[in-house]
Design a protein around this ligand. Structure first.
Ligand code: MN
Length: 715
């Protein structure tokens, strides 16, 4: 069992003049309050906080972190209060312990909305003090190491949660070592058979592999020395789970996973990294396309290294990772490497600049109010792999896999995204849904008049782009509803001898907003536009009774005006609102005589469908509001309608049909014929008619022509 002396010794090895009394007091307090408690293994509970503190010292963290690690379960599992911890150990420790207790209460299995809220809490805790998540990860690591003692159900649940949440988090924070151990341990409990299988195979092949690697290390070390490159060379540890993932991803058995063999070279400086690659490439043939320069292009989690694959001495591919000591620390410990004693001041600016991911996440936490949207964002963000592309000026952008130029545009600036018109990749024009590849140079073409499209949502991948596009569409819809609502209300008001502006200036709209429980006038007007509340309702709510009576008989002039207006809206009468924007649905082209229904479409006015139109039926189940519409029978302006005629394919038949139609005094707007291999012809006509009886007469007369097989209206 780890002793407190081991922990204080370690701290002394990396901190000058550490606050050892703080550690000792935390230890004694933890021992006191956990007294009598045991773990599932039967060991005293105290072993757990000690081990957690031990892991934190391996990460070389400061005394506050280690002390908090010793105390991390006191507030949650004992009678101790945060106030008490604050009194004994100070504000910082209390804050961290409080944050940890809150995270512990999070269940990642709960309903989506709650889960989202939990993530949000976690991110907020990290945002205030990154040490909270570092201790949480150490805590989870020790729990996973001792998971064996729990019941099967808890094993699965905790392992799954670790795989889903904590391992990706560690990865995102650049903590490769902890991430790999968490993954391997989770994998062991989630898929014991697959795990054992790989472990066995690794052992079987271990001897040969070690030999090959040793040989390669010997050769490369000698050569590096010859060139005066100071370095440490060693075989790279293998991880069970990443091997498994590779097998699954590539669909190949274990013995074909060659890059199982990896060698790492740690150099003094960056110059030597590149020099070492040169040496390696002069020794062995390198595999084309397998050289990655993460020094020039660090990953968003700050990872830096050179990767190359060569055909090694055993004629098998051999992977090299080359980096400096500092890069290696960052690669293995990630953000923890930057949270060291006396480095605190530097951290702020360092991860502000480099840990793009965390910074973006903070932005979402601030901006996204809808928990489900936030959750979606988190899911996308935790699991995505990146591609790295360049701006024309050589600046690097990390984007999700399959990201498009639109994602890129939004990553540059919201305005660039919102006005994105087209894109050039490596100098060539590409479609906006082009999938970007690492090292593409992307240039965005913008136009001040261009606007985001709903279609973009079908292909964009980055949380930022999705969020910004949705935001823009929402605003635009609001704007359209506002102007439509204003128009409808103005028309209605004029029936009572008043208009929109007068209502506004007399404070009546303010009054209406209050009466109908709206926060402000805009919301009320937008809802009139949406059709959620009628203009008449609003007018009746605010105008005095005597004014309302004035509406009854429109003047002769008004009547004339309305007649014209009615004509302009194709002879449709609508209750309440006489002449809002009306259009006929293209799917069913209603003509007078058809039974019809109308829908207020958000921000678009009224759409008229035939009552039996399947689209209308599906709409009426949706959010749009159905309203009553009727044909104005006095109106006789023509309507266009489509006809489809199937007939024998014989000469002169088309002429016969068109003559028949013309004889009914009908205009033919367009006609087209297609013949088929079965000696039939399909003709399409668009004609102008005045009402449904008229149409019936035309159809009947076409049917009487010989050789006609079928006549029907196009729906
Ligand atoms: Mn714990």
């Amino acid at each position: 069992m780890l002793r407190i002396e081991d922990i204080t010794d370690r701290i002394c090895s990396y901190i000058q003049g550490p606050d050892i009394p703080l550690i000792n007091r935390a230890y004694i307090f933890s021992a006191k309050v956990h007294k009598g408690q045991t773990r599932a293994s039967g060991e005293p509970y105290l072993t757990h906080p000690l081990e957690v503190a031990g892991i934190l010292t391996q990460m070389k963290l400061d005394e506050i972190t280690v002390a908090s690690g010793l105390l991390h379960d006191t507030a949650e599992d004992t009678l101790t209060t945060i106030e008490e911890i604050k009194g004994l150990f100070g504000q910082e420790v209390a804050f961290i312990v409080d944050g940890l207790s809150k995270i512990s209460q999070i269940s990642f299995e709960s309903r989506e909305a709650e889960q989202a809220e939990n993530y949000r809490k976690m991110i907020l805790a990290i945002a205030k003090d990154i040490r909270v998540i570092l201790i949480k990860l150490a805590d989870r690591l020790h729990n996973m190491r001792t998971l064996y003692y729990l019941d099967p159900e808890s094993k699965k649940r905790i392992a799954q949660e670790t795989m889903d949440i904590y391992a990706p988090f560690a990865n995102r924070l650049g903590m490769a070592r902890i991430k790999s151990e968490l993954e391997d341990l989770s994998f062991k409990y989630l898929e014991p058979d697959a795990y054992e299988d790989i472990v066995k195979k690794v052992e079987e092949t271990n001897k040969i592999r070690s030999k090959i690697i040793e040989e390669a290390i010997r050769i490369v070390s000698e050569e590096l020395k010859k060139f005066g490159i100071n370095s440490t060379v060693y075989g790279r540890p293998k991880h069970i789970y990443s091997t498994y993932q590779k097998m699954i991803r590539k669909g190949i058995p274990y013995d074909q996973i060659f890059d199982q063999m990896g060698i790492r070279i740690i150099t003094k400086d960056v110059k030597d990294c590149y020099a070492a690659v040169g040496v390696i490439h002069s020794l062995w043939r390198h595999v084309p396309g397998e050289f990655d320069d993460y020094i020039a292009t660090p990953k968003p989690n700050m990872y830096q290294s050179l990767h190359t694959v060569v055909i090694g001495p055993s004629v098998q591919p051999l992977e090299f990772q080359i980096r400096t000591e500092e890069m290696n620390r960052t690669a293995e410990e990630g953000i923890a490497a930057h949270w060291r004693y006396k480095e605190k001041e530097k951290l702020e600016s360092k991860y502000d600049k480099k840990l793009v991911w965390l910074r973006q996440l903070m932005e979402y936490v601030q901006e996204l109010k809808d928990p489900n949207e936030f959750l979606q964002m988190m899911k996308v963000d935790l699991f995505q792999d990146e591609v790295f592309v360049f701006t024309p000026k050589g600046e690097v952008k990390g984007l999700p896999q399959n990201a498009t130029p639109v994602d890129f545009a939004y990553s540059v600036h919201t305005d660039v995204g919102n006005h994105c018109l087209g894109a050039k990749v490596n100098g060539k024009i590409v479609p906006l849904n082009y999938k970007l590849k690492t090292s593409d140079v992307v240039e965005i073409l913008t136009s001040a008049n261009h606007k985001p499209s709903r279609d973009w949502l079908k292909f964009v991948k980055s949380p930022k782009a999705i969020q910004k596009i949705k935001h823009w569409l929402k605003l635009e819809e609001m704007q359209r509803s506002l102007s439509l609502g204003k128009e409808i209300l103005d028309k209605e008001a004029r029936n009572y001898g008043i208009n929109y502006n007068k209502l506004y200036h007399k404070g009546m709209l303010k009054q209406a907003a209050r009466i109908f429980f709206y926060q402000n006038i805009d919301e009320l007007i937008a809802d009139i536009g949406y059709g959620k509340i009628s203009a008449k309702q609003v007018i009746h709510g605010i105008l005095p009774k005597e004014k309302l009576k004035a509406e009854k008989e429109p003047s002769v002039v008004q009547k004339a005006v309305r007649k014209i207006v009615e004509r302009s809206v194709h002879g449709i009468k609508i209750k309440g609102a006489d002449d809002v924007l009306i259009r006929f649905a293209k799917c069913c082209n209603p003509v007078p005589g058809d039974r019809i229904c109308g829908f207020i479409t958000r921000g678009k006015g009224i759409t008229v469908h035939r009552a039996d139109c399947p689209n209308a039926k599906s709409i009426s189940l949706g959010s749009e509001r159905q309203i009553e519409v009727n044909w104005d029978t006095k109106n006789h302006s023509p309507y266009s309608v489509g006809l489809i005629v199937i007939s024998e394919d014989r000469p002169g038949l088309l002429a016969a049909i068109t003559t028949t139609i013309s004889n009914q005094k009908v205009n033919i707007i367009s006609a087209s014929v297609n013949t088929t291999e079965y000696q039939t012809a399909t003709s399409k006509f668009v004609i102008e008619i005045t009402d449904i009886d008229h149409l019936t007469r035309i159809i009947n007369s076409i049917r009487r022509i010989s050789g006609i097989l079928q006549v029907s209206r196009i729906r």
